[in-house]
Design a protein around this ligand. Structure first.
Ligand code: CA
Length: 338
């Protein structure tokens, strides 16, 4: 009812056009942006953070960044502080995307625009607040690109079919059990390889290694011990876990620079470490998630919102079919040939 009254009040004014478009209604003000990061200790997120820092600094925008340290309760407390400090724009990289409704409710009560990025809340949650959007990737695309890479490796390297049974025996490292990116990458990497005509066979269970190098290394060591000679391929949801698998392989004489034993390993992110590993010939390929492009996009849209402008004004970004999400594309990365 309130909005009807508001509309009629403004119906004859020049503000009508502004009111009826999906524009954040914050009054223009000097930006003072609160940024909540799920955890600093994540290679890809560090790239995004650096880009965000650089882009906001270049625009002389004031901002505060906090490390959620992988704990949602910590992040909730940090949010409360940012709201109490009357930040006029918020950027949130959820620790637990499932907890996003509570976060949106608090921000909605404060009335400030919010950009979620990377770890994706459900569309319903974003749509529950007209000053919320999401900037991320299309999670299935990263998996599909891994599946295309697997097909290429299979075709170009008959020797990877170690037991010559016409199937690619693989182990899979998943980031987290319920994370939408992890689920989509895990599903689509294998599915796309199969769509491409490669017969895939999983060895052992799916290893949930929490995007973490050390956890992946420990899991890979057990997998290698339990399935000696049976594994032909490693698929990892991110490069940090791929690096862990490579560390485990190196301890049994595989994937050493200049060595003669090699198992193909495919990751996601194109972190510096992975790009270097591909160059050195100890990793096959990755999928580039452009952290710098992500950081620049988040900076551009939150600054627009704080200035009371449409989210995407003056940018080349477009909303996807949901109307509330901007997708930064992935690209396959196979390195430069030696
Ligand atoms: Ca085989």
């Amino acid at each position: 009812m309130k909005s009807v009254v508001f509309r009629s009040m403004l119906a004859s004014t020049a503000l009508t056009a502004v009111l009826f478009s999906a524009i954040p209604q914050a009054a223009a003000a000097d930006p003072n942006i609160g940024i909540l990061i799920y955890k600093y200790d994540d290679t890809y997120i560090s790239t995004v953070r650096n880009a965000l820092d650089k882009a906001l600094t270049a625009k002389a925008a004031k901002f505060t960044m906090q490390d959620g340290k992988g704990d949602q309760a910590t992040q909730n407390d940090q949010l409360d502080v940012m709201i109490a400090r009357q930040m006029n724009g918020l950027v949130v990289n959820m620790v637990d995307a499932q907890a996003a409704q509570g976060v949106v409710n608090k921000i909605k009560a404060a009335g400030v625009p919010v950009v979620f990025f990377n770890r994706e809340p459900s569309a319903d949650v974003i749509k529950s607040y007209d000053k919320a959007i999401f900037v991320g990737t299309n999670a299935a695309d990263a998996g599909k690109m891994q599946g295309d890479i697997i097909k290429k490796l299979w075709d170009e390297h008959p020797e990877y079919d170690v037991n010559k049974d016409g199937k690619f025996q693989y182990v899979l490292f998943k980031g987290e059990p319920d994370n939408p990116e992890a689920i989509a990458r895990s599903e689509w990497s294998v599915k796309q390889a199969e769509i491409n005509g490669v017969k895939m066979e999983q060895i052992g269970q799916t290893f949930v290694a929490n995007w973490d190098t050390a956890q992946a290394q420990a899991a890979m060591e057990s997998a290698l011990a339990a399935n000696a000679g049976k594994i032909e391929l490693v698929i990892a949801n991110n490069d940090s876990m791929a690096m862990g698998a490579i560390a485990a392989l190196s301890s049994i004489g595989y994937n050493l620079e200049g060595g003669n034993k090699f198992m193909p390993v495919v990751g996601v992110d194109a972190t510096e470490q992975a790009v270097d590993a591909i160059k050195r010939g100890i990793m096959s390929a990755t999928v580039k998630q452009d952290g710098e492009a992500m950081g620049n996009a988040v900076s551009a849209v939150i600054l627009n919102a704080v200035a009371g402008k449409p989210w995407l004004e003056g940018t080349d970004y477009k909303f996807d079919d949901s109307g509330i999400a901007v997708r930064i594309p992935y690209s396959p990365y196979l390195g430069e040939k030696k």
